[in-house]
Design a protein around this ligand. Structure first.
Ligand SMILES: C[S@@+](CC[C@H](N)C(=O)[O-])C[C@H]1O[C@@H](n2cnc3c(N)ncnc32)[C@H](O)[C@@H]1O
Length: 260
């Protein structure tokens, strides 16, 4: 009887420590799940608005119309101080700025628009005549992005293509008269990075010197994509360590230049 009680207590203690250890080990995932799935749904219910509508409303109140930098600053301020959101953010944004300035793209393609933060960030650096096409399959995100881009005054440089990347990439040549792209920013769901890179290659959209720039290659990570471009003789890769947008967790951008 006493023996059973002792064994039961030891077993319960081991389980308790295991649960605590797992909670500590995966605390970032738990905090993220709590914030994004529970807290945000509760605030949405109370405010009658989505998180993205709240970001837009903040930007409308605090940014200067026609000034892209003030739109970016307002989004960053809101996401640091009020609600986290999946924009590329200011830390990785500075790295992106440098890569866009070096590549001097005339035709830029973005996979994953969300609220338009990275599209505005890249388009503000483009010379007259250069174009940015950004693909988004979520109708309400596309609508928020369109208003954000309008507010930044960049509507003549950015076109939002509504639909999935797998459906739109093969149509880019014929339907949108794009012969090749100079820079592609991959920032959609991570399991699409590799198939969409292959689709870009198959569709003949990459030329010698085209740059692929991929976000979140560490967190949440895109291992198949990294393995493919790093092991491919026709890509030359550079890794840019950084942190997850608005958080201190480790992340990185990967640049893969197509050698033709
Ligand atoms: C991380 S967010 C993009 C953030 C944005 N690039 C920025 O930094 O401001 C990813 C977006 O990709 C969109 N998305 C995911 N998979 C997609 C696909 N296969 N086709 C089109 N859009 C996709 C999601 O709806 C989401 O809005």
């Amino acid at each position: 009887m006493l023996e059973g009680l002792v064994l039961g207590t030891i077993f319960a203690t081991i389980i308790l420590f295991l649960v605590l250890f797992l909670a500590w080990r995966f605390r970032a995932v738990l905090i993220f799940f709590w914030h994004e799935k529970i807290l945000v749904s509760f605030v949405n219910f109370l405010s009658g608005m989505s998180k993205e509508e709240r970001i837009l409303s903040w930007v409308k109140e605090h940014a200067m119309a026609g000034n892209p930098q003030s739109v970016l600053d307002a989004i960053d301020y809101y996401c640091y101080n009020t609600e986290w959101a999946m924009n590329v953010g200011d830390i990785k944004g500075v790295i992106m700025d440098r890569i866009v300035e070096e590549a001097k793209p005339r035709v830029l393609l973005e996979l994953g628009t969300y609220c338009g933060y990275s599209a505005i960030r890249m388009a503000r650096l483009l010379p007259p005549g250069a174009r940015l096409f950004t693909i988004e399959f979520n109708e309400s995100f596309a609508s928020i992005a369109s208003q954000m881009i309008q507010l930044a005054g960049l509507q003549d440089k950015i076109s939002i293509l509504k639909g999935s990347t797998q459906e739109i990439i093969p149509q880019l040549k014929k339907k949108h008269e794009i012969s090749t792209v100079d820079l592609v920013f991959l920032d959609h769901w991570k399991d699409r990075y590799l198939p969409d890179t292959q689709l870009l290659l198959e569709s003949g959209l990459l030329r010698k010197g085209s740059v692929l720039l991929a976000d979140n290659v560490i967190c949440p990570g895109a291992p198949e994509f990294l393995q493919f471009v790093r092991g491919h003789p026709r890509f030359q890769c550079t890794h840019y360590p950084a942190t997850v947008e608005y958080l201190r967790m480790r992340d990185a951008l990967e640049k893969a230049v197509f050698l033709g």
